[in-house]
Design a protein around this ligand. Structure first.
Ligand code: ZN
Length: 234
């Protein structure tokens, strides 16, 4: 009987290339299309998204690790498509600094929208990097910006007291941050995402971002009745 020299075996399987995310450009970001005029940006770990409209660009979250590359990504896409690169709206998923800590880069130029609890918490934190959203809602709010629809919904405290669902029904996409659900999602994620972009079209889902302690997962058609799992704090 032959024996195997266990010392020659690796301690763990190599990380699959597909788990490392897309290659970043020289500026340190990747921008890709989610659906039509909806795009996502990543630095390899964090993500945000933006929607180009006839009334300017709507940015969904502004992680500080992506920072000025958010505008660079917008500029790149706007130039390629001949649309405005002017960011006019900024939507906050929740108040945590790792997802909206670059909000001040757009100060004075945008209308900020988020949950009423997000505003309260940002006023409490008094962080110059995270200006409070001046526009708020309680449970649901539908935005019509430049002919594009964005549904905001608060289903109760989960990852944070103010974390919301950002649903773009005409793009079959749901954005949810920092939440993992244990059942009912059909994500094709290969990693644990920190930000989750799900598209329900053709029963397809998309999941973005390498992450660590938390991820997000539910599909657009499973939003009603969502139950929340245990959460993390970032
Ligand atoms: Zn968070």
């Amino acid at each position: 009987m032959s024996t195997t020299d266990a010392s020659a075996l690796p301690d763990y399987a190599p990380v699959p290339r597909s788990a490392l995310g897309p290659a970043l450009n020289e500026q340190g970001y990747y921008v890709g299309r989610v659906e039509r005029n909806l795009y996502w940006v990543t630095d390899g770990t964090y993500q945000c998204a933006f929607l180009t409209t006839s009334d300017g660009v709507v940015v969904l979250d502004a992680p500080p690790t992506i920072g000025n590359n958010i505008q660079r990504a917008v500029d790149e896409i706007a130039a390629a498509n001949g649309v405005s690169n002017k960011v006019t709206y900024l939507i906050y998923s929740h108040h945590h600094a790792d997802h909206v800590g670059a909000a001040s880069l757009f100060e004075g130029k945008v209308t900020r929208i988020g949950h009423e609890e997000t505003r309260r918490l940002l006023l409490r934190d008094d962080d110059p990097a995270r200006p409070p959203n001046e526009e708020t809602f309680q449970d649901r709010r539908t935005l019509e910006i430049g002919g594009e629809r964005i549904d905001l919904a608060w289903h109760g405290s989960n990852h944070s007291p103010d974390n919301i669902l950002i649903h773009l029904p005409d793009h079959d996409t749901l954005m949810l941050i920092d939440v993992v659900t244990r059942a009912g999602h059909r994500s094709t994620s290969r990693t644990s995402p920190r930000t989750f972009l799900a598209t329900s079209k053709r029963r397809r889902t998309r999941s973005r971002t390498r992450g660590s302690t938390s991820s997000a997962a539910t599909t657009a058609d499973s939003v009603p009745g969502t139950t929340w799992p245990s959460t993390s704090s970032t």
